[in-house]
Write a protein that binds this ligand. Structure first.
Ligand code: HDE
Length: 751
């Protein structure tokens, strides 16, 4: 070997061949090759999408802050080094005493590489472990200085950079995106007065009223401790046992069993701050405020059967959706709104504004739009940004303050505390994604992983040796807690209004459209059908009787219960609610802007399809902003009668559940092939069953018939054309914009 080395021959000539070095596939040793920016930045599918949805995102450009630039690493054109910057000559082989001899302890290069690898993982979040994030900005419509001195609301048009992370709650880091669950909606505002974290959810209420119950709640919903099942699911005994014994959870249960808990996309769900917060203005005057975010694309959800199937087809469904939309320049946007009210109003409500299991109906206090939240840049690195971002409810800025909500109080402690073990010490605020854009100066020192190098000998205040710096900001500039008077005895207990648990659950249920109510019944029936202890099922149904008798009866019927249990006793006589029905609580209240941009549509193709027709439809749909895929029995060439096509998805790798609609075009031979393909039939059945827009042209209708879909009658969202016409794409888009055609749903499903 030594001879071979000195003769300049590689130690193992065949090894190089294996790595492709002699096929011209690998870059030459000791040099770099230029990589086109698109190729470096995107996956093939993203490039595809970009081409299909129009304007590409500018790589690495944030509309506002460039705060992370100083720590970005781009290895283009660089030589491989150790962590000490030592160039590495050979990244394939460890150092050995002879080619077949033992590896050597002094191989610091191998040891550094393996040691680092051994410690790559950090603990996942105890809740909300699974999530996806993006950068963007908040833009204020008008100055809100009369209400608050908070920096983001200081001036009309002012932009504040943000990082937002969406998440599921119960599942572990690698769990599916489409579990039935609450979604986290956490926003870090990098304001010029420091960071403000609004750590909200896509549901405006919560399961419990007091932080004391949070560990119990989470232990009940997480996989059962003896066998570690089920993953990312609330459909099990311990969750429902706890719920049935905690009537305060009833309102939240209604939301969690509704379609809100299976969103179509993070881009299509609302966000809420949940708790009542305070705005405080420069004069120290305060009002109560609730935060709302409404998606421009409207609120849309999946249906349960679809969510179940997507979790197999694409467990990263929501992560991919967010990534691809931003990558394609289709920036998700929400309108931020506030409900503002004062102490006198709060005192007049039949519920307590400190109770996080209650909403304030919009009919009582309307939502005022105050700005827009836009996400316009994907993270460069998932771990560095999305995983290491640390949201803490304790992070507020002058102008924002807490209320005495006892759930919020526990959170103010919990989030900072949890980061200390999750991120390995008290200096997590120095991680680039967490570091404020506002300068940080204080006398906190040392701790694990300290980045800042503090100069001087003074680390205390007051001091004279450093001229008194850093000095107190004082009430004019600094954060001043709202001086809410407190005069009561220390007690463990709850205020009277906290004891009413059902009025708003009833309000929510009665405000849903008929299909949404059916979905809630279906969800409750499904979840409880997974509960093995009959007494728990009965107790849940007993609670439901206090919400709505028809709901309780329908769930009992679904569970094959012979009789209804007595209603659960109520702690207090319910006060008369101010509002009996609130249309704003239905998802249908927010259909969106009517556009079909970023909707995904499958054009089913097979040999013999009318290729010209496919291309014409594809072109028109793409023109409307639809993301189109040609789905064939296999990838690649499809004979299209003179116009050959290139299928970019297959019936195996893109089942119907990852689309919002499907079209089968004309072509006898193709129709015969698809009719004989069980995958195509399943594709169409699911498209139909999940109430999505479905179109057939000419012979395409035969495939629908083969799938058992009646093409004769008039069915919402089922479009059948004898021949291809110039208006087909418009007709399809008009139906697609409605998202779903629930009138088609039957129980049990007929298709
Ligand atoms: Fe959280 N929650 N939570 N939570 N929560 C966490 O913080 C906690 C609650 C929410 O994308 C943890 O950094 C307590 C309500 C979101 O990183 C932890 C209580 C709401 C996220 C924690 C609640 C939320 C978390 C776990 C009851 C909606 C993900 C890791 C007193 C308003 C943030 C972490 C992200 C994460 C504690 C209740 C939303 C343990 C004690 C109510 C969106 O600190």
């Amino acid at each position: 070997a030594t001879d071979a080395a000195s003769a300049g021959i590689p130690y193992n000539q065949h090894k190089a061949g294996e790595h492709g070095l002699d096929h011209g596939h690998a870059p030459p040793q000791g040099e770099s090759v230029a990589v086109a920016p698109e190729a470096a930045a995107s996956t093939l599918s993203e490039q595809n999408e970009t081409a299909k949805t129009g304007q590409p995102a500018q790589a690495g450009v944030n509309a506002v802050g460039g705060g992370l630039d100083r720590v970005r690493v781009d290895s283009g054109g660089q030589v491989l080094t150790t962590n000490q910057g030592v160039p590495v000559a050979d990244n394939q082989n460890s150092l050995k005493a002879g080619l077949r001899g033992p590896a050597l302890l002094k191989d610091f290069i191998l040891r550094e590489k393996i040691t680092h690898f051994d410690h790559e993982r950090i603990p996942e979040r105890i809740v909300h472990a699974r999530g996806s994030g993006a950068h963007g900005y908040f833009e204020c419509y008008d100055a809100l200085t009369q209400l608050t001195c908070a920096a983001p609301f200081a001036a009309k048009g002012k932009r504040t950079p943000v990082f937002v992370r969406f998440s599921t709650v119960a599942g572990e880091r690698g769990s599916k995106d489409t579990a039935r669950d609450v979604r986290g909606f956490a926003i870090k505002f990098y304001t010029d007065q420091g960071n403000w974290d609004l750590v909200g959810n896509n549901i405006p209420v919560f399961f419990i009223q007091d932080a004391m119950k949070f560990p119990d709640l989470i232990h009940a919903v997480k996989p059962e401790p003896h066998h570690g099942m089920p993953q990312a699911a609330s459909a099990h005994d311990t969750f429902w046992d706890f719920m049935s014994l905690m009537p305060e959870s009833t309102h939240m249960i209604m939301w969690a069993m509704s379609d809100r808990a299976i969103p179509r996309s993070y881009r299509m769900m609302q966000g809420f701050g949940v708790h009542t917060f305070r705005f405080v203005n420069a004069e120290g005057e305060s009002v109560f405020v609730k935060f709302h975010f409404s998606p421009k694309l409207g609120t849309h959800s999946q249906v349960w059967d679809e969510a179940v199937k997507v979790s197999g087809a694409d467990p990263d469904f929501h992560r991919r959706d967010l990534w691809e939309a931003i990558d394609a320049g289709e920036y998700p946007e929400w309108e931020m709104g506030i409900q503002v009210f004062d102490q006198a109003q709060a005192d007049s409500f039949s519920f307590d504004i400190l109770d996080a299991t209650k909403i304030i109906p919009e009919e009582l206090v309307p939502v005022t739009p105050i700005g827009r939240l836009v996400l316009d840049r994907n993270p460069d690195n998932f771990f560095a940004e999305t995983e290491q971002v640390a949201f803490c409810t304790a992070h507020v800025v002058p102008g924002i303050d807490f209320t005495n909500d006892p759930l919020l109080a526990g959170r103010i402690h919990s989030y900072v505390d949890t980061q200390i073990s999750r991120l390995g010490g008290p200096n997590f605020h120095e991680l680039p994604i967490n570091a404020p854009l506002a300068p940080v100066h204080n006398n906190q020192r040392d701790g694990m992983h300290r980045q800042a190098i503090h100069r001087g000998r003074v680390a205390y205040e007051p001091n004279s040796l450093a001229g008194g710096c850093p000095f107190q900001a004082g009430a004019k500039m600094g954060f001043v807690s709202f001086p809410e008077p407190v005069t009561q005895d220390e007690v463990r207990g709850k205020p009277e209004k906290f004891a009413e648990h059902y009025n708003q659950a009833t309000l929510f249920y009665r405000s849903q459209s008929e299909p949404e109510q059916q979905h809630i019944i279906g969800a409750l029936t499904f979840e409880l059908s997974k509960v093995t202890v009959p007494a728990v099922r009965r107790r849940v149904v007993a609670g439901l009787r206090n919400v709505d008798e028809t709901l309780a009866q329908a769930v009992a019927d679904g569970l094959g219960m012979l009789d209804l249990p007595d209603p659960l006793p109520r702690a207090i006589e319910p006060p008369k609610p101010e509002v009996e029905v609130s249309p704003a609580l239905s998802l249908l209240a927010r259909p969106g802007d009517g556009s079909v941009r970023t909707r995904k549509v499958a054009l089913l193709v097979a040999d013999g399809v009318d290729g010209g027709q496919v291309l014409a439809l594809a072109k028109a749909l793409i023109g409307a902003g639809v993301v189109v895929r040609m789905v064939g029995p296999h990838l690649g060439r499809v004979a299209g009668g003179g116009t050959d096509l290139d299928a970019d998805a297959s019936l195996d790798n893109h089942p119907s559940t990852v689309f919002d609609g499907a079209i089968v075009v004309d072509g006898e031979q193709a129709a015969a092939a698809l009719s004989a393909d069980g995958r195509a039939l399943e594709f169409l059945r699911d498209t139909y069953r999940h109430a999505k827009t479905l179109m057939a042209v000419g012979a395409g209708a035969k495939v629908l018939q083969a799938a058992g879909i009646d093409t004769q009658g008039s069915v919402d969202g089922l479009l059948v054309a004898k021949t291809h016409g110039a208006k087909d794409a418009d007709t399809f888009c008009a139906a697609l914009a409605l998202h779903r055609h629930f009138s088609r749903e039957t129980n049990p499903p007929q298709v």
